[in-house]
Design a protein around this ligand. Structure first.
Ligand SMILES: [Zn+2]
Length: 474
């Protein structure tokens, strides 16, 4: 085995590929093979004695038995100390260790973060005599750490990552024109959601979640083809989506389960236990936030922390997914119930009663699909909506009239009564009659509800065409 590994490293040659061209072969005598399956293991073995060369004397005391001197992931190393003198000693130790084993410290990537708002004069640090910059933020393993305003920094960082992913989605979808909503959601879930989820169990807070939600809503509205002012309740309703906050809170609870199942010797578990202890003295922390979330969950699902922690990962995942859906659905229904007759979506609540991805969104002709989305979400040009936004003053409800029929021009009037679109209505109704022979005997309110609640693809297609041709959703 040893011979095999030695052969692998002594007989391998490297080339550099740049702009499609290959360089001459050369022998690489430093480091492990890039991308090799064995490489992380070999590197870990090679660095096995690093801890022995860092002095516990200068580490950070976590508890009676644990002193933290460093965090190491492959070749990404963080040294920690609670004094500037201590940190410089650790840097000196590291430099000696690296010199001995012919390893190079990348000075450009090496930075110091000082977590102490009381410091007025920053100390100096160096590695082997080369000064190190004191930074206010640093990216370690894809997480951004900042010594000032951590919440805002993380929000911008995650948002920028998400925007980049969205740019990639747009580029991918360019040949498709208007992206079908089901595909758009799938792309969002595969390319953006992992960036939202990453380390969210640690950084999540309301402020960051709100920033991310504005981003998600913008995307969902573009997917539906509705105006930016469209009520969010309808956007979630049509697509069957939840605000990200609900998902992020579940990530936190998933992590609570994970931490509790770590061995007692794990640093994360030790810190968790410390935070638990501190909470007894009234100190707010990640622990208290997680417990607040858990107590809501406990009430709703009737399960205590011990039982929750003993469940396996898969059943926790299912349980939390169901809880997330139940929680937001309940809120969505309550918000729908609270809509009064003078508010936007006054018509929406008459036909929409379930938070789910609507069947019409699967229609393949974008103009037909978007016509229905705009009509349902009050993103249209009927007098009932235009009057709401009239300048300088909004027009009172009773005066938002159809110019032809001189009655209130709302969604139901448009579909079932307006004489302006009798011709289009004729062809729509002839399609409806194929599914409901008694349709003509219905009241207008019943006719309206029947059409708006249909799941028949052909009928949805006819309805979309009716809306598209009868103007109000331009
Ligand atoms: Zn009319």
């Amino acid at each position: 085995m040893l011979n095999l590994i030695m052969d692998m490293y002594s007989k391998t040659k490297s080339v550099v590929k740049w702009k499609g061209k290959l360089s001459a072969e050369f022998v690489d005598e430093m480091g492990v093979a890039q991308g090799g399956i064995l490489s992380p293991y070999l590197f870990k073995k090679f660095l096995g004695d690093l801890a022995c060369n860092l002095s516990k004397q200068w580490g950070v005391v976590v508890d009676e038995l644990t002193v933290l001197t460093h965090l190491l992931w492959a070749d990404d190393l963080v040294l920690v100390s609670d004094s500037d003198y201590g940190l410089q000693c650790q840097l000196d130790n590291l430099f000696d260790y690296c010199s001995k084993w012919q390893m190079i410290i990348n000075n450009l990537k090496t930075k110091v973060l000082v977590y102490n708002s009381g410091v007025t004069v920053m100390p100096n640090f160096n590695v082997g005599g080369v000064p190190i910059e004191i930074a206010t933020q640093y990216n370690y393993l894809g997480n951004l750490y900042s010594t000032i305003d951590q919440s805002r920094v993380i929000k911008n960082y995650v948002l920028n990552n998400c925007r980049r992913a969205l740019f990639k989605i747009r580029k991918l979808c360019l040949p498709l024109g208007q992206v079908p909503p089901s595909l758009g959601l799938k792309l969002f879930d595969s390319l953006v959601m992992p960036l939202v989820d990453y380390a969210s169990e640690v950084w999540f807070n309301e402020e960051i979640a709100q920033g991310l939600e504005v981003f998600q809503l913008g995307y969902l509205k573009r997917l539906l083809g509705v105006r930016p002012q469209t009520p969010t309740l309808a956007v979630y309703g049509e697509l069957g989506r939840h605000p990200l906050k609900y998902r992020l809170e579940m990530n936190k609870l998933k992590y609570l389960h994970r931490v509790n199942n770590l061995p007692d010797t794990s640093i994360t578990k030790i810190v968790y236990k410390k935070l638990e202890l501190l909470s007894e003295f009234g100190a707010d922390s990640w622990f208290t936030d997680a417990m607040n979330l858990f107590s809501e969950f406990e009430k709703s699902c009737n399960i205590n922390l011990d039982v929750f922690c003993k469940k396996n990962k898969e059943s926790v995942k299912t349980m939390l997914k169901n809880y997330e859906t139940k929680r937001f659905t309940t809120k969505w229904i309550n918000d729908m119930d609270a809509i009064t007759d003078d508010k936007k979506l006054r018509t929406y609540i008459k036909f929409k009663d379930e938070l789910l991805f609507e069947d019409y969104l699967l229609l393949t002709v974008p103009k037909v699909r978007i016509a229905i989305s705009r009509f349902c979400c009050s993103s249209h040009n009927l007098a009932i909506e235009l009057g709401r936004h009239a300048k300088p003053k909004k027009i009172e409800l009773a005066k938002r009239l159809c110019k032809k029929c001189n009655v209130i021009e709302d969604e139901m009037h448009h579909v079932t009564a307006c004489t302006l679109n009798s011709k289009q209505r004729e062809s729509l109704y002839s399609e409806v009659l194929k599914y409901e022979p008694n349709f003509i005997s219905y009241s207008n309110a019943k006719k309206f509800k029947f059409i708006l609640q249909t799941r028949e693809r052909k009928l949805l297609q006819a309805f979309g065409m009716f809306l598209y041709k009868s103007y109000p959703v331009s």
